[in-house]
Ligand binder design. Structure first.
Ligand code: SAH
Ligand code: SF4
Length: 356
């Protein structure tokens, strides 16, 4: 199978072709014009178009299924070239913007949630992605293609900036090399131009990999899927916690290079009767003491066969109020797209059930 051109950083491409300045033009065709045929790149010489077609493919995935939620969230199921499937989600939020006359015009703010692996090795007890086990890492091009395909499918103008969250299927830090490369390709000014500060890597807490990501100094944000304040419960929910316990994660976060104006996000999945009590809230405050943190409370999204339950709104709000009263920033994630199987892995799982 030919490599895809989305696997190349601009520097790599300029080394691979002559003259090297053509790499910039190719990036513009692919990422700003959404062209997926080298022959259509009409400012390139015929011979180069031919060489490129011989050597590279462009899109390594195609849309298999799409679900549109009432709130505008769109969830995609993509088929990769080997037939494996992954999910991505396009979230739209209303953001106030002003036109050149100072008039208020509402503009959607886009965030794309991308996958980094087919399946996942971490095996969290509450996560549907974990149920299917681990199949393989995504290549850089397969990560990049998700955003490109979503922009193209929704006719989002090339110059519209969007945010990326690595919160789809898989553990991003378990595929660090390809992740880092994708972050670089995304941020290329001649490509999608998504600044690294607009990209957030969500991790289940591989503390040694948090250090490695930090050492790369890419400028991305991190979000930690904490979900529990004591190691016994966290190890039940996230088995890998035995090797990378809460203390080791907190230490790694303290070492992570963070933009001084920003905060580290801690995700806290609320499960009824497990971690939604006052004692846990109190312990969370102690644990995050001295860290510029922001807590995002997430409702557990149930699926068939899970022993866990969604908490009620009252305990969610009480938890939030306790944290805020004790000086922490805390938001409740609105259940965007809850009517379209929003939690990671759920669309894919549905597809498997329909096929079976
Ligand atoms: N592997 C990374 C990123 C992908 S998971 C991580 O774990 O952080 C993205 C988020 O979805 C995580 O915070 C995860 O805890 C959450 N999630 C998984 N299953 C869920 C469910 N059933 N309901 C709500 N959130 C879920
Ligand atoms: Fe993997 Fe994240 Fe799901 Fe855990 S929650 S199994 S780390 S994708």
């Amino acid at each position: 199978m030919k490599p895809t051109i989305l696997d190349c950083t601009k520097e790599e491409l300029s080394r691979a072709i002559t003259p090297s300045f053509r790499a910039k033009q190719i990036f513009k065709w692919v990422y700003a014009q959404y062209v997926d045929d080298f022959n259509a790149m009409n400012n390139l010489p015929q011979s180069l178009r031919h060489t490129l077609s011989e050597r590279y493919a462009i899109m390594p995935l195609r849309i298999l299924k799409k679900e549109i939620s009432r709130d505008g969230t769109i969830k995609y199921l993509f088929a990769l070239r080997d037939g494996k499937t992954i999910e991505s989600v396009l979230l739209r939020m209303k953001a106030a913007q002003y036109d050149s006359d100072g008039q208020l015009v509402h503009h959607a703010k886009y965030t794309v949630c991308v996958s980094t692996q087919v399946g996942c090795k971490v095996g969290c007890a509450f996560c549907l992605t974990a149920k299917g086990g681990f199949t393989r890492d995504l290549s850089c091009g397969e990560i990049v293609a998700q955003v490109l395909a979503l922009k193209k499918d929704n006719n989002i103008a090339a110059e519209r900036r969007l945010n990326i969250v690595y919160m789809g299927m898989g553990e991003p830090l378990d595929n660090l090399q390809n992740l880092a490369k994708a972050i670089t390709v995304f941020s290329d000014e001649d490509g999608l131009a998504i600044a690294t500060k607009r990209q957030t890597v969500s991790t289940s807490g591989l503390s040694s990999q948090i250090d490695r990501l930090g050492a790369m100094n890419l400028g991305v944000h991190i979000a930690i899927s904490l979900h529990a304040v004591d190691d016994t419960l966290r190890s039940e929910l996230i088995p890998m916690n035995k090797a990378h316990n809460i203390a080791s994660i907190i230490e790694a976060v303290r070492r992570f290079p963070i933009d001084t104006r920003k905060r580290v996000m801690f995700e806290y999945l609320m499960i009824k009767g497990k971690n939604d009590d006052r004692r846990s809230a109190k312990k969370l405050v102690t644990l995050l003491h001295g860290i510029k943190a922001k807590v995002n409370l997430i409702y557990f999204n149930p699926y068939e066969g899970t022993p866990y339950e969604r908490p009620d709104k009252h305990s969610m709000v009480a938890f939030q109020e306790y944290l805020i009263a004790h000086g922490l920033l805390c938001t409740i994630r609105d259940s965007k797209g809850i009517d379209i199987s929003a939690a990671c892995g759920q669309l894919k799982e549905k597809e498997n059930q329909e096929i079976a």
